[in-house]
Design a protein around this ligand. Sequence first.
Ligand SMILES: [Fe+2]
Ligand SMILES: [Fe+2]
Length: 223
Amino acid sequence: MLLFDDIKNDKELITYLKYSDEIFASMGYKKHGINHALYTAQRAGFVLEQLGYTKRMQELAKIAGYLHDIGNIISRKDHARSSAFIAMAYLGGIQTTEEKYNGDVFEVFNAIGSHEDKETTPPTEIAAAVVLGDRTDVRSERLRSLGRDLSDVHSKVIAACRKTNLEVSKEKKEISLWLDIDTEICSIMEYFEIFLQRTFFCSRACETLKCKFALYINGDKFL
Ligand SMILES: [Fe+2]
Ligand SMILES: [Fe+2]
């Protein structure tokens, strides 16, 4: 059976993630390596756990979350598709015959391949959990240096995000993102200038999970 802990400790995958992050560093992009992969995996699993989904679905969501950006090793462009192909090749090599023809592993490929489809609603609960894990990773630690150039708004927004917390209420059917933003670095308007589309994507992911999405910034409810 595919287990997240086995995937997480695989040296080949760790090498891919490290290498693709080095490429991103050379292009000046924020961190996209192991830390982002683990963060996405853990949050995706957490969301499904809190909503009462099975352990198996939590495990598949964590695997998809961990592998979602691995295609950056090939190119950032169309990396969702290349990530899905890498996952298929890799998981195909380690799965048993029964697992290969078991539909639930296809959900992993689909969740990875659709994680950048911002204009559409995530097709499955696993895909939705990966979107929430990925899109709520706005930690300032993802910037590569604190003495960074904050001339672009995207870097300013990330730098300003001091705290990000995701709360899931099964009873209220609500998933809330709580952000603490340093408004000395970036205004709330600048946040939405960059992250409005991301906010709607999170909202659509919540619809797939039959929940409402709520966004709080510095304690105020914006959605
Ligand atoms: Fe991505
Ligand atoms: Fe990502």
